[in-house]
Design a protein around this ligand. Structure first.
Ligand code: NAD
Length: 254
């Protein structure tokens, strides 16, 4: 893939599995060229391979987005391989859940690191190419947990931070044709959600029964539900929408 063509390029952090992988698949189906950025090199390679097998264009990049130098090298590498990014999806995330009295400083710092430092480093690195083109999209994954969730002081604070960061990017970058929006999933059936059930010490079936009662749509969401919202925000049709936080939660709010 040495020739850069006219297809837009989307960089998706945490694109090797779960919601990020669904976003990568969906943006590929929309015609974009995909850069999957993930800590997990094997899973990222497999996810990119699946897109190529389905007829799309994708490459995997094994990068820890909390590392400043690695992110700067990534920007140069993606530009050389695929062309400058048009779309950035800040999706990579981790949970280190604990009640306040049990939460360690490492739990706090690692969650802040991936969600906030990661989104900051990636946005700073990748927005400049968008600015030069006068067109760009930055979509960042927040969560309904941004409104507070027991056992998630670190994660809630980070996800609320993503919303503030997004609104600021919208104000700073609007004049360059770049929009910045957040998407806040509720309960989405991924490994992250299954880990929550494990943390609570209950089966996934029991967790499901308990949780869906509070969701107006009466089901968990799928990664594709989230990918649809990201696809819209990443396209031309959403050019006058910026600084928003769209919930994809079946009506659930904390
Ligand atoms: P997931 O755990 O299935 O996938 C996250 C991916 O991020 C993994 O592939 C992981 O390797 C990667 N990653 C983690 N740290 C990284 C780092 N430092 N550098 C590069 N990659 C890294 O998670 P998911 O459930 O698909 O969630 C995706 C996003 O959606 C996250 O931001 C999450 O907080 C958010 N979210 C998820 C839910 C849900 O119910 N699953 C709900 C609300 C918000």
């Amino acid at each position: 893939m040495s020739e850069h063509d006219t297809a837009r390029v989307a960089v998706i952090t945490g694109g090797a599995q779960g919601i990020g992988q669904a976003i990568a698949r969906r943006l590929s189906a929309d015609g974009l060229t995909i850069a999957i950025v993930d800590l997990d090199a094997d899973a990222a390679t497999a996810a990119a391979g699946a897109i190529v097998d389905a007829g799309g264009r994708a490459r995997a990049y094994a990068v820890d987005i909390t590392q400043e130098d690695a992110v700067e090298s990534l920007r140069a590498e993606v530009a050389a391989d695929l062309g400058p990014a048009d779309v950035l999806v800040n999706n990579a995330g981790i949970t280190r859940d604990n009640l306040l009295f049990k939460m360690t400083t490492v739990d706090w710092d690692s969650v802040m690191g991936v969600h906030l430092r990661g989104a900051f480093l990636m946005s700073r690195a990748f927005h400049s190419g968008m600015r030069e083109k006068g067109w760009g999209r930055i979509v960042s994954l927040s969560s309904t947990s941004a409104d507070g969730n027991r056992g998630q002081g670190n994660y809630s604070a980070a996800k609320a931070g993503i919303v503030g960061f997004t609104k600021t990017l919208a104000k700073e970058l609007g004049r360059f044709g770049i929009t910045a929006n957040a998407v806040s999933p509720g309960f989405i059936d991924t490994r992250m959600l299954r880990a929550t059930a494990e943390r609570l010490g209950i089966s996934f079936g029991e967790f499901t029964d308990r949780s869906v009662e509070g969701i107006p749509a009466r089901r968990f969401g799928t990664p594709d539900d989230v990918a649809s919202a990201v696809s819209f925000l990443a396209g031309d049709a959403a050019s006058y929408i910026t600084g928003e936080n769209i919930h994809v939660s079946g009506g659930f709010h904390e």
